[in-house]
Design a protein around this ligand. Structure first.
Ligand SMILES: Nc1nc2c(ncn2[C@@H]2O[C@H](COP(=O)(O)OP(=O)(O)OP(=O)(O)O)[C@@H](O)[C@H]2O)c(=O)[nH]1
Ligand SMILES: [Mg+2]
Length: 318
């Protein structure tokens, strides 16, 4: 039996080691992954995927742990993917996450995996969305994907998940102001964590007002704003209720169309990634570009020349 068929068989039989292996294939862009995905793809689409994003230290992991606990109490199986942004701020927190989540790992209904964001940016978004597919195909009910929301990562989590929960906490002040437009753009649920700390009421009101101003009259989903204290296990049911309300909304307004649009975006992303590797990869185009620029060409002329070079290279390969 081929390696892929062997893995798919063990995967379908519910072996977690096979799940782990398949995620590694996804993460590393293993050449066996596409064939593996094909063999289990009919099972993809049953899980609900929730992205948990927000600034470093907002309490995302603590909240994920609490959400997992409550989802387990509802008899839902849970897969947790924590993407390590390998930033100096959060790099150290990963070990803490692991220890905190230890209590969940003895539960057979929970699968926890952290992924490193090594490699290019596109690689990370591809890998995390692939890993969501794999967990989904395994038959797990709920996927919780934790990512640190800084810039583009916020948008990546949107394409990989159905519901995006943005976690903020009081005390970040101006930082949150600066990010607010982006946050409101991606959030389906806005959570203010650490309501045990001062400043949370103001942040709650501020977000509520901003969400209404931004979305009122647009007919778009207005993200509910919920306060909680994940560290004290308070308000978690309210967060789950807000997540449920978004899920109900999507189901009532056309989940299939939303998911289809995200798949189209995924195809475009993977194609970009592959073309970039094929075009820029081994050839060392940097040198070529520099030489052309040094010869006095404008950037546009260089682009024309490269485009010409690429198309003839592709044509000769076809
Ligand atoms: N006061 C208070 N502290 C909390 C609460 N929830 C989490 N914390 C603390 O906030 C810190 C960061 O929590 P994490 O859950 O690791 O935050 P995170 O957003 O996952 O952090 P990164 O993954 O590093 O971005 C930890 O020291 C937690 O104990 C809360 O409700 N109240
Ligand atoms: Mg974390």
């Amino acid at each position: 039996m081929s390696e892929v068929r062997d893995l798919a068989a063990r995967f379908r039989a519910g072996h977690k080691a096979a799940l782990a292996r398949a995620i590694s294939w996804a993460e590393n862009g293993d050449p066996s992954y596409p064939e593996f995905l094909r063999s289990v793809y009919a099972s993809v689409g049953r899980a609900w995927r929730t992205g948990i994003t927000g600034p470093p230290g907002a309490g995302k992991s603590t909240l994920v742990n609490e959400l997992a606990k409550n989802l387990r109490a509802r008899d839902r199986t849970v897969g947790i993917l924590a993407v390590d942004p390998s930033s100096p701020i959060s790099g150290g927190a990963l070990l803490g996450d692991r220890i905190r989540m230890e209590e969940r790992t003895s539960d057979a209904g929970v699968y926890i995996r952290s992924m490193a964001s090594r490699g290019g940016h596109g690689g990370l978004s591809r890998a995390s969305s692939d890993a969501c597919d794999v967990i989904d195909a395994f038959g797990i009910d709920e996927v919780l994907l934790e990512t640190v929301g800084v810039g583009q990562a916020e948008y990546d989590v949107v394409s990989a998940t159905d519901t995006v929960v943005v976690v903020l906490c009081p005390g970040a002040g101006d930082g949150i102001q600066a990010m607010k437009a982006g946050i409101l753009e991606v959030a389906d649920v806005l959570v203010v964590n650490k309501v045990d700390l001062p400043g949370s009421d103001r942040l709650l009101m501020d977000l509520e007002e901003s969400a209404h101003i931004r979305h009122a009259g647009t007919g778009r989903w207005i993200p509910p704003v919920v306060g909680c204290s994940a560290g004290k296990s308070q308000g978690i049911d309210e967060v789950l209720a807000a997540m449920d309300s978004h899920r109900d909304h999507l189901r009532a307004t056309g989940l299939a169309a939303v998911r289809a649009a995200k798949r189209v975006a995924q195809v475009q992303r993977v194609l970009h990634e592959r073309l970039a590797v094929q075009l820029w990869g081994a050839g060392g185009q940097g040198e070529r570009v520099r030489a052309l620029l040094e010869a006095g060409r404008t950037p546009y002329d260089v682009v024309d020349e490269l485009a010409e070079h690429f198309t003839s290279a592709l044509r000769s390969r076809a």
